[in-house]
Ligand binder design. Structure first.
Ligand code: UTP
Length: 408
């Protein structure tokens, strides 16, 4: 794209300020900026004009979860099925580590955070150790695919190398990068993070499968004969990955996706809840839950919308391939976005100053025909690290790790 073409494209979207410092740039920087303008989808910024925009929901009805008692009664059958699938190489794991972890307030990738007290215990290390439990149980290496973003790829790959993959078999670890989207102020003007670079942010955790395809990682999945992909968030340090019982239950139920869920601690707890929307599996975010839903009861008199998702899903690969080109809604998320101000000075804001644009995994679930919500014990499998202190923090996760016998 040449300069005039760039101006034309920017004018169309009201973004000509992107070229404000163009004349000050080195030749190589000019070329990089023109290439970025060509590659950027500015149409997403139109969403800022309608900040209260959220995707319209259909008719919501309950979706029963497989609860602990039922799981316990069928545990050995599920385990046998799951172990068999893992031993045959049919299960892979996908670590979603492309996020920015802005709430934690560290510039490093979240997985590099050291939660140890008397020794080093990194989040990535905890994740690998948890997966190793299943590797040992099944005597089988499980492919681990790690999604990074432009913002943290180099640091993440370097960290794994420096720590010798925390003892994992390097041949079974593959990194791939997710796509980026521009970040904009409240009026939809994209921010600049350098004089020659538009501010970008990872485009959410919903693009992981498409990014796997774009990076050629899907070829590894196919070649290895992987039929199920267990995706999970980097920040749950009690995360059980490729859990044979969960794998077996999802297979036995012939579900397109299995979703680990926890019983809600309170009706208004801030977790997304599994349900059906127009008869298809779906997740209602906590801020979308109505009083009617909070008070609804199932046939046993228990709350009908009682199971929250913990971002641990087991997807059937062939079903994902069918939906991968279907449209997914874009969500706008308020965030702190570092930028260059009108005087050319770099600003790292203390409070949110604009929006980023994201696709979310939960929208993939809604494109699938069936989902098995699978209950797990919260204190054993859910210790998210979102914040530095308070709820879902380093402190609360440390407490839960200790309860589970992990030395810190
Ligand atoms: P969060 O929704 O907690 O977002 O991610 P985040 O960016 O990590 O953290 P904050 O909101 O800025 O503090 C949930 C999971 O999805 C991954 C994260 O790495 C985490 O495992 N994720 C999120 C991605 O892989 N890519 C994204 O673009 C966003």
């Amino acid at each position: 794209m040449n300069y005039n073409e760039a101006v034309e494209k920017l004018q169309k979207f009201g973004q000509t300020h992107v070229l404000k410092y163009y004349d000050e740039l080195l030749e190589s920087q000019k070329l990089e900026l023109l290439a970025q303008i060509e590659a950027t989808d500015f149409s997403v910024t139109a969403l800022c004009n309608n900040a209260s925009y959220e995707v319209e929901k259909g008719v919501i009805t309950p979706l029963a979860a497989m609860q602990l008692s039922e799981i316990e009664a069928n545990k050995e059958e599920f385990r046998t099925l799951g172990v068999d699938a893992i031993k045959k190489g049919k299960v892979g794991a996908v670590l979603l580590a492309g996020g920015m972890g802005t709430r934690l307030g560290s510039d490093d990738p979240k997985g590099m955070y050291n939660i140890g007290l008397t020794k080093d215990v990194y989040i990535f290390e905890r994740i690998v150790n948890n997966l190793m439990d299943v590797v040992k149980e099944t005597s089988t290496w499980i492919h681990l695919f790690i999604m990074t973003s432009d913002k943290n790829h180099d640091a993440t790959t370097r960290f794994f190398k420096e720590h010798d993959y925390f003892g994992y078999n390097q041949e079974y670890v593959t990194f791939f990068m997710q796509e980026m989207a521009p970040a904009a102020d409240y009026n939809g003007k994209v921010y600049m993070e350098e004089k020659g670079k538009i501010a970008t942010s990872p485009n959410g955790n919903g693009g992981w499968f498409i990014s796997m395809a774009k990076w050629g990682v899907l070829d590894i999945v196919k070649k290895a004969g992987i039929e199920w992909l267990n995706i999970f968030a980097v920040d749950n340090v009690l995360q059980r990955i490729a859990d044979p019982i969960f794998v077996g239950a999802t297979i036995a139920n012939n579900a397109a996706v299995g979703s680990k869920v926890v019983r809600k601690a309170a009706p208004d707890e801030k977790v997304g809840v599994m349900c059906l929307e127009d008869g298809r599996p779906s997740i209602v975010e906590y801020y979308e839950i109505t009083d009617e839903m909070m008070n609804a009861k199932d046939e046993n008199g228990d709350p009908a919308y009682n199971f929250g998702v913990i971002l641990n899903y087991l997807f059937k690969v062939c079903d994902l391939e069918e939906i991968m080109n279907k449209h997914m809604p874009l969500h706008i998320v308020e965030k702190k976005i570092p930028y260059i101000d009108e005087n050319g000075k770099y600003v790292n804001p203390e409070a949110p100053n604009g929006y980023k644009f994201e696709n979310l995994v939960l929208d993939m679930i809604h494109l699938l025909d069936s989902c098995l919500p699978f209950e797990v014990v919260r204190n054993k499998e859910f210790a998210p690290i979102k914040n530095k202190t308070g709820v879902d923090s380093v402190e609360s996760a440390r407490e839960l790790l200790k309860q589970n016998g992990v030395e810190l």
